[in-house]
Design a protein around this ligand. Structure first.
Ligand SMILES: [Zn+2]
Length: 309
C-alpha cells in the first residue's frame, strides 16, 4: 500500500509547551524550565544538525530563566538571532476570553519588544493551548504585521483540514494552522524511518483527507520534550470568519497523584462520541475511559450518537 502513496514531506517541530504554574506551583515548574534550557542550549551549540527549537511563543519563559541564569543572555540572543530558537511574539499565553482586549494588545507589544531585545520575535501568532480565540485575533495579528497563526482548541468541525484562512470581522485575514491532535501530536515519534512513515500514514487515515504534501526525505528525530507534526497545505485552504470558541469542550479528570498531570480530553465541536473515543481511547486506562464517557455524557459535550437500529 505504501508504494502507491505519493512521496510526502513532514516537518517535525521540536518544542516545549510551558505552563508557568499549573499542577505544581511556579517555582517548581521553574526548576524544570531551568533544567530544560540548561540542557537544550548547549545541545544546540554542540549539534548544528539540531537546527531549530520552538520556545512556545512566549518570552516570559526566557525572563523566568534569565533571572536564574543571567549569564545565558548572550547564548540565547545568538541562537534566536540565527533562527535556531524561535521566541515570542507573546509575552505570555493568555486566555483570550478572560482578559481585556487592551491586555491582549499590550501582551503582544511587550512580547515583541522583549523578543527583539533577545534576537527577534517569531512572526507567527502562536496560540497553542487556549480554550478558543477571539474573533479579532487575525486583526490584532495583522496590525502587528503577523500573517500566520497556530491554534488548537475551538476550531469548528467545519474546518476539515489543518490549514485555513482565518478572518476577523473587519476582514483582516491570517493563514492559520490547526494543531491536529494538539501541540504535542508529534510526541513519542518512532525513531526509525519505517515507523515514522507508518505514523504519518496513520495521521492520514484519521479524518484528515487533506494531507497532500510530500514524505520524500529522511527525517532526523530531534530530541525534545514534545514535538508537533506540521502539515503544510496552503493549496486547499478553507476559511473561517470570527470567533473560534471551544463549545464542545474538554473534560478534565483529577490528577492521579500530587505532582502528576490532570487528564485533559478535548472534543472538537460537532465531533461524535465515537470519533472522540477513537482518538483518545487507546491512551486511557479502563477507569479513565469510564470516567471520561460519564463526564462527556453529563456535560453534553459531544454530539449524541445516532444509531440506525
Ligand atoms: Zn498550557
Amino acid at each position: 500500500m505504501l508504494s502507491q502513496v505519493t512521496p510526502r514531506s513532514v516537518a517535525i517541530v521540536p518544542h516545549t509547551h510551558w505552563d508557568r504554574e499549573w499542577y505544581e506551583p511556579f517555582q517548581v515548574f521553574r526548576i524544570r524550565l531551568v533544567q530544560l534550557l540548561d540542557e537544550l542550549l548547549p545541545m544546540l551549540d554542540r549539534d548544528l544538525s539540531y537546527s531549530r527549537f520552538l520556545l512556545d511563543g512566549q518570552t516570559v519563559v526566557l525572563d523566568d530563566y534569565l533571572e536564574i541564569r543571567p549569564e545565558q543572555a548572550d547564548a540565547i540572543t545568538r541562537l534566536v538571532a540565527s533562527g535556531r530558537v524561535s521566541i515570542g511574539p507573546w509575552k505570555c499565553l493568555m486566555d483570550e476570553f478572560m482578559v481585556s482586549g487592551e491586555t491582549i494588545v499590550r501582551n503582544l507589544q511587550a512580547g515583541m519588544l522583549r523578543a527583539s531585545e533577545l534576537g527577534g520575535a517569531m512572526p507567527v501568532g502562536y496560540l497553542p493551548d487556549m480554550f478558543g480565540h477571539i474573533a479579532q485575533m487575525p486583526q490584532l495579528l495583522r496590525l502587528a504585521a503577523i500573517e500566520h497563526a497556530v491554534v488548537w482548541r475551538g476550531v469548528p468541525a467545519a474546518i476539515d483540514q489543518t490549514a485555513f484562512w482565518w478572518r476577523a470581522p473587519d476582514g483582516s485575514t491570517v493563514r492559520a494552522e490547526y494543531l491536529y491532535g494538539s501541540y504535542s501530536n508529534g510526541r513519542d515519534l518512532p525513531q526509525d524511518a519505517k515507523g515514522l512513515v507508518l505514523r504519518a500514514v496513520d495521521y492520514e487515515q484519521e479524518p484528515v483527507r487533506w494531507l497532500e504534501v510530500i514524505l520524500n526525505q529522511p527525517v532526523t528525530f530531534f530530541r525534545s520534550e514534545t514535538a508537533s507534526v506540521v502539515i503544510n497545505d496552503a493549496t486547499k485552504a478553507v476559511s473561517w470568519t470570527g470567533e473560534v470558541r471551544l463549545r464542545a469542550g474538554s473534560v478534565i479528570l483529577p490528577a492521579p497523584a500530587p505532582g502528576t498531570r490532570p487528564g485533559l480530553f478535548h472534543a472538537k465541536e460537532g465531533q461524535t462520541l465515537s470519533e472522540f473515543m477513537d482518538r483518545v481511547g487507546p491512551a486511557l486506562t479502563d477507569q479513565q475511559l469510564v470516567d471520561v464517557v460519564k463526564a462527556l455524557h453529563a456535560a453534553g459535550l459531544v454530539k449524541a450518537e445516532v444509531k440506525s437500529h
